[in-house]
Design a protein around this ligand. Structure first.
Ligand code: SF4
Ligand code: SF4
Length: 203
């Protein structure tokens, strides 16, 4: 039988991770956290989280990247901002949660079957590809990637929506998608990404 160590040592951490997060505009004040636990106390969802908001702040600051990015906490955060309002050090905890979610998506370490994580990934991917979302496609993708059996139980509702034209099968997209992608993923030295567009024929 393999025994896993259940506590983490400082040597397991990636100090760069904490520094990188605190370098993001809006996340700088994380360094001032006094671990008072107010954020955990006011969070309406902390009882469902694997790490409380206070713990996520401490783990992030100390560079425990894996523990934070693989945590369900960041995906259970409902962005109610109660923690940010009450924090005595004015730490923007909700914004830090957003930053952690983005990093988890980028590193592909989000909990694969968790609906909120899957929804965030598919939503962002669709906006990135098409410039806007198509709710019908998003709902189908969400069910397929989380619980497709449950979708079968919703067939009556789906059929009703299709009949009323509320569930279109046509993917919605903006015309100049290439320009959008250049804005979202500019090359490091591509200063033209923010310049006015010149090629009006871009699809
Ligand atoms: S309320 Fe603010 S200072 Fe207190 S533990 Fe949470 S983030 Fe840290
Ligand atoms: S913003 Fe997120 S972490 Fe903060 S109190 Fe609300 S649900 Fe909890």
């Amino acid at each position: 039988m393999k025994l896993d160590r259940t506590i983490r040592y400082q040597a397991d951490s990636d100090r760069d991770f904490g520094r990188q997060v605190m370098a993001v505009p809006g996340c700088e004040r994380l360094k001032d956290c006094i671990q008072c636990g107010t954020c955990s106390g006011v969070c309406p969802l902390s009882i469902y989280m694997d790490h409380s908001p206070r713990q996520v702040m401490a783990l992030t600051r100390e560079g425990f990247k894996k523990e934070v990015l693989e945590s369900r906490t960041i995906w259970l955060c409902a962005s109610c901002y109660a923690c940010s309002v009450e924090c005595p050090r004015q730490i923007r905890i909700t914004d830090i949660m957003y930053e952690l979610k983005q990093r988890a998506l980028r590193d592909r370490v989000y909990p694969k079957g968790l609906p909120t994580a899957v929804l965030a990934k598919e939503f962002a991917g669709m906006v990135h590809r098409n410039g806007r979302i198509t709710e019908s496609f998003l709902v189908v993708l969400l069910y397929l990637k989380t619980n497709w059996l449950e979708a079968l139980g919703q067939w009556r509702l789906g059929l009703g929506l299709v009949r009323k034209g509320r569930f279109p099968f046509k993917l919605d997209a903006i015309r100049r998608r290439a320009e959008l992608r250049r804005m979202l993923d500019p090359e490091p030295d591509d200063t033209s990404a923010t310049a006015p567009p010149t090629d009006r024929r871009t699809p």
